[in-house]
Design a protein around this ligand. Sequence first.
Ligand code: HAM
Length: 418
Amino acid sequence: MSTFQAPKGTYDLTPPRSATFLAVREAISAPLRDSGYGYIETPGFENVELFARGVGESTDIVTKEMYTLTTKGGDQLALRPEGTASVLRAALEGNLHKAGNLPVKLWYSGSYYRYERPQAGRYRHFSQVGAEAIGTEDPVLDAELIILADQAYRSLGLREFRILLNSLGDKECRPAYREALQSFLRDLDLDEETRRRIEINPLRVLDDKRAEVQKQLAGAPKLRDHLCDPCKAYHEEVRALLTAAGVAFEDDEKLVRGLDYYTRTTFEFVHDGLGSQSAVGGGGRYDGLSEMIGGPELPSVGWALGVDRTVLALEAEGVELDLPATTSVYAVPLGEEARRVLFGVVTELRRAGIAADFAFGGRGLKGAMKSANRSGARYTLVAGERDLAEGVVQLKDMESGEQTAVPLAEAAAELAKR
Ligand code: HAM
């Protein structure tokens, strides 16, 4: 193994591709920031208990995929595998829900860790931008979040994504459905592990990707037929609001999600250009999570969009983000004296808010001009001894190729004007 290799299932973000990641985070969070969501940041690790109780003891995330550790002080911690439990924990700890201003609307952006089998689009360290609206049961809020995610993807230029929508029922109607499903599943020809899953989390069995399992599931009882009237009405309202907003979605009664806290509305954003890891984002309502982690009743809804997969989706669709060059002016000094003088001009430009960079290391004209080109700068400033003797710098417009001598004292002002 090379010393310079990132750990399995991880990768580094380096320029220029890293600029796309920043732009994606910016594009996903912009609609949230414009809609009353405040920024929250929580630690990269939590007590392992939070995820065990919140995400669910029966989920793959908790049983197989958590990075857990015991500190020297004996605390049992886990690198966060997702954001929802942490954000809710932080809201409860900070009493944000008691400020008389429900829902508490929060957005976040950060790194998450899951010990999964790495493949294209699936990593052990990945990045999400997420949103949580805590403390209110209102179908408008569910619709708002789905509409904002749709808006974010569209603002990036993505077109080939689909929204899958389902309702998982609530604590009134799901238990009866669960039992009906369990007694159906127990009669099927299934392996040991799947049999165990029937007892712990039967809905997950519906999600089994294997053809021989899917074939047997044909006559399984449907959650849709078991939803109680309030859940049905709630779901119809969310659907109507999305339709009214012109946001297309597909009803997908097989959509289960890999976390246990969901109730009622669940949804996933899938992109068809990504192969098997097609979910670019997902979320839903989690009316019982607060109580599951020891808090008061706080019906909530949220989503998280995967930044890595969103970037892959952009690449799959061939979308080139319009990223403006970060450098506007590139200074090329020829000689010691020019180095001091031009660095002074660069500092002046930067203080005036003009993005400027410099050919460091006393390089020759040819190499320095190559760097100037690569920087994407619109203008270069070149100065040698003769220019300085005349009190000028050469200002070159890299687009037109036109070059003019500008008095040194006016260089910064001239560039500001342009
Ligand atoms: P999730 O579906 O587990 O939901 O993750 C959301 C998104 O994160 C996925 O759709 C995917 O794009 C990305 N993602 C997940 N795992 C990986 C991985 N191993 N590699 C690359 N990308 C990945 C949640 O995390 C919930 N907390 C969402 C939520 C918020 N529900 C309510 N509020």
